[in-house]
Design a protein around this ligand. Structure first.
Ligand code: KIV
Ligand code: ZN
Length: 521
């Protein structure tokens, strides 16, 4: 039997640190359920001290997960962070506190301004304190990829002696080359006293596009836990993508002496779900889950694949849940058929919620003859977004063309159901709609990105619009909307981004959310 590699998913924590990827508690719960279906080993649910919202969300996720996975909460090597993490995990069946400190010369001298000895003292004190609150404590040595080898050995040995059960070696800046990072892990395996009694973890960033390669080099040299995110979301260029590392381990399990327990057929669905919730699209040529990952366009390749699939295809699309759907709903399908199809896709809707989704489904089915699984997933995404909306779209109409001046009339309803209608002109229909929305919502922002993509193929396909807006303080919010009419999708996407911005600003009330990279006072 090969070594089991634990999959530590940090989509809800490091992934959420991607600009524009902030998620509300309900959205995080939906993703948690998908992570459970994937059978991940550890879910990093958040950074509880960073905001009351994050604290509550970690608590709710811990309750939802029960004993199906370890639930982990992040903290800096600071007592109040650790206590907050422990309190948020109070009802977790398998709680883990993830605490740590910077260990590279840059972190020690420039950010923290402390000596190596002080860093070791703080790390040991943090681990000891965390061990008083929970039995499972993971220590992260931030920026370990650029740390001095001997110092890294000393700090890792000290935290193991203090009670750490897992030690995480992050390449925080994505600086390393795979060979060198692998050597670093091998060096720790060889030189750290007590390392055989703990789990060694790797957490790599993608700044040079090598996060997956770095993680695999870690596994090849002794790591038995990989930290990763769905679609590789995360700070800057992101983290190791779970779908890439899982499929690489599956393909090269013998050479790596490794396997994971991930249900690979969930990977495509997980990718779509996270993309739909965060509004961050997956690039078409993304490995494993991109729209083109199994598309063959050149004649020579098509000929090869027709003769034998593995001529040009190393993964069977059905292994990652990417095969086309066989059941297609139409306007004649009733509530039961919709519910059954949703159940097959692992979405559970009953009563009023099912009724609302059915109405939205009928709208689509009336316009489009056949409703595919991808359409249903887009509708579910829409439904989840609307659950927390401050403003809902009631009506939108545009007149545009040559030689007209584009004019939009929109009606929005607020949470109390009060409807407001506004009219605006613009350089085009979308500009006119956005100006009309601005007249109602009145929140200062800059539209920085706008893109349209079709959910399925064909002229009647749902058009999915993704937008990104920047708040005056520079914070980015993404929004997504799907409809058969792209003016409606555009309006929904913009409203979704505005709703996220308003919800976040209200929740924070002027307090900027901490990140683990903030220095503790
Ligand atoms: O990249 C990093 O070093 C981190 C730590 C907080 C684990 O995300
Ligand atoms: Zn990270």
């Amino acid at each position: 039997m090969t070594r089991k590699i634990a999959i530590f998913d940090t989509t809800l924590r490091d992934g959420e640190q991607s600009p524009g990827a902030s998620m509300n508690a309900e959205e995080k719960l939906v993703i948690t359920r998908e992570l459970l279906r994937m059978n991940v080993d550890v879910i990093e649910a958040g950074f509880p001290v960073s905001s009351p919202g994050d604290f509550r969300s970690v608590r709710t996720i811990a309750e939802e997960v029960g004993d199906k996975a370890v639930v982990c909460a992040l903290s800096r090597a600071v007592i109040k962070d650790i206590d907050s993490a422990a309190d948020a995990l109070r009802f977790a069946a398998r709680p883990r506190i993830h605490t740590g400190i910077g260990v590279s010369p840059s972190h020690l001298h420039d950010k923290l301004r402390i000596t190596e000895e002080v860093a070791i003292e703080r790390a040991v004190a943090a681990v000891r304190h965390a061990r008083r609150r929970v039995d499972d404590v993971e220590f992260y040595a931030e920026d370990a990829g650029r740390a001095d080898y001997e110092f890294l050995v000393r700090i890792v040995e000290s935290v193991i002696a203090a009670g750490a059960t897992v030690v995480n070696i992050p390449d925080t800046t994505g600086y390393s080359l795979p060979d060198e990072f692998g050597r670093r892990i091998g060096y720790l395996m060889e030189h750290v006293e007590g390392i055989e009694g703990i789990t060694l973890s790797v957490h790599c960033h993608n700044d040079l596009g090598m996060a997956t390669a770095l993680s695999l080099a870690g596994v090849a040299n002794g790591a038995t836990q990989v930290e990763c995110t769905i679609n590789g979301l995360g700070e800057r260029a992101g983290n190791t993508a779970v779908e890439e590392v899982v499929m690489a381990v599956r393909m090269h399990g013998e050479e790596l002496d490794a396997h994971t327990d991930i249900v690979t057929t969930e990977l495509t669905r997980a990718s779509r779900l996270v993309s739909s919730i965060t509004g961050i699209s997956v690039q078409p040529n993304k490995a494993i889950v991109g729209a083109n990952a199994f598309a063959h366009s050149s004649g020579i390749h098509q000929d090869g694949v027709i003769k034998k699939r593995d001529t040009y295809e190393i993964i069977n699309p059905s292994d990652v849940g990417a095969s086309g759907s066989s059941i297609i709903l139409t306007a004649r399908s009733g509530h039961a058929a919709l519910r059954a199809r949703l159940e097959a896709l692992n979405y559970h809707y009953e009563g009023e919620a099912l009724g609302r989704l059915y109405d939205a489904f009928l709208d689509v089915a009336d316009k489009k003859k056949e409703v595919y699984d991808e359409d249903l997933e887009a509708l579910v995404g829409e439904h989840t977004r609307n659950a927390t909306a401050v403003y809902l779209l009631k009506a939108v109409q545009v007149s545009c063309g040559v030689p007209l001046i584009a004019t939009a009339t929109i009606t929005l309803a607020d949470r109390e159901g009060v409807e407001t209608t506004e009219v605006a002109y613009g350089t085009g229909p979308v500009d006119a709609v956005y100006k009309a929305v601005n007249k109602v919502v009145q929140v200062d922002n800059d539209l920085t990105e706008f893109s349209v993509q079709s959910v399925t193929r064909g002229i009647d396909a749902l058009g999915e619009v993704t937008v990104r807006i920047a708040a005056p303080d520079g914070e980015v919010f993404s929004g997504r909307g799907a409809d058969g009419d792209i003016i409606v999708s555009s309006t929904k996407a913009y409203l979704n981004a505005l709703n996220r911005m308003i919800n976040k600003t209200t929740a924070q009330r002027g307090q900027p959310k901490l990140t683990p990279q903030d220095t503790a006072e």
